[in-house]
Design a protein around this ligand. Structure first.
Ligand code: OAD
Length: 257
């Protein structure tokens, strides 16, 4: 893999061959992670473990076992995160991806994020691999439940609402560790990886499977893979890495196309 381009203080001069791949791609898969929402002020998974939750490990909060052990603790953590998302606005990276899809036509967005900032920036048919903070359901019978009014910025302990059908407790509509990803979302994402000719990977550490395999599948079948992230990833198999904030790089790239 060539050396990463340092774009931390603006888009570095990029080779024409890279720009041509971007211009010529007619099947584009964009995989996003927490980094794409960082400039909207959304705490990443670990950063969100402050205050009431500071002494917990994410694995102690994002599991069915954790919820069963202490439903209020887990529910309140997700409600605090949902309220944070509702107060946030999409950033330049979300908007650039929505604009690019409008121009390009065959660009599909697959995200690991449980927020709705891509949609609020205008992206359509976003594939959410890890579910959504905004779609709670019953822990026992999976009946979809209405999200309660959002809480304030202060962390507080809240009992989860109950299901009107069976009396079970509401749980967040996200994928917890140890749970399967939504089947249809994963199948669509996989099919896109198998047929895209450009795969853009934005703001993800690439540590969580199976999402991390999508760019690998794309590259194996011949797609160009470009990673955008402030942190270099030595073992990530990409054709190019652009180091810097997505909100800076994506709009600048779009201007060059
Ligand atoms: P991570 O928190 O693991 O990684 C975030 C990435 O974003 C890192 O590589 C940062 O360098 C990068 N980043 C930070 N600021 C950025 C910016 N302004 N522009 C671009 N990139 C930036 O988040 P994910 O890879 O999304 O799963 O984590 C994947 C999954 O692990 C999450 O969906 C969650 C978590 O456990 C579940 O909840 C199932």
């Amino acid at each position: 893999m060539p050396d990463p381009f340092d774009c931390r203080s603006g888009l570095a001069p990029l080779p024409e061959v890279l720009l041509d791949r971007l211009r010529q791609a007619d099947e584009v898969l964009v995989l996003t992670g927490a980094g794409v929402s960082a400039e909207s002020g959304i705490a990443t998974f670990r950063e969100a473990l402050t205050g009431l939750w500071a002494r917990f490990d994410p694995a102690q909060l994002a599991t069915a076992e954790a919820f069963q052990e202490d439903p209020a603790r887990v529910w309140s953590w997700y409600e605090w995160r949902r309220a944070q998302v509702l107060r946030a606005e999409p950033n330049a990276a979300h908007r650039a991806l929505a604009d690019w899809a409008d121009r390009q036509g065959r660009l599909r967005l697959v995200t690991q994020n449980v927020d709705d900032l891509h949609e609020r920036a205008g992206s359509r048919d976003v594939i959410h691999l890890h579910g959504s903070l905004h779609e709670p359901r019953c822990f026992d019978c999976a009946n979809p439940l209405a999200a309660p009014p959002p809480v304030g910025a202060e962390a507080q302990l809240l009992a989860p609402p109950t299901c009107p059908l069976c009396g079970g407790l509401a749980r967040p509509g996200v994928v917890w560790f140890g749970e399967s990803l939504p089947e249809a979302a994963l199948a669509t994402a996989w099919a896109l990886a198998e047929r895209c000719n450009l795969c853009l990977v934005v703001g993800t550490s690439g540590l969580v499977q199976p999402a991390a395999s999508l760019p690998v599948v794309a590259r194996q079948q011949g797609a160009t893979v470009i990673r955008i992230d402030p942190q270099p990833a030595a073992d990530f198999q990409a054709d190019w890495q652009l180091l810097g904030a997505a909100g800076l790089i994506l709009p600048a790239l779009l201007e060059r196309l």
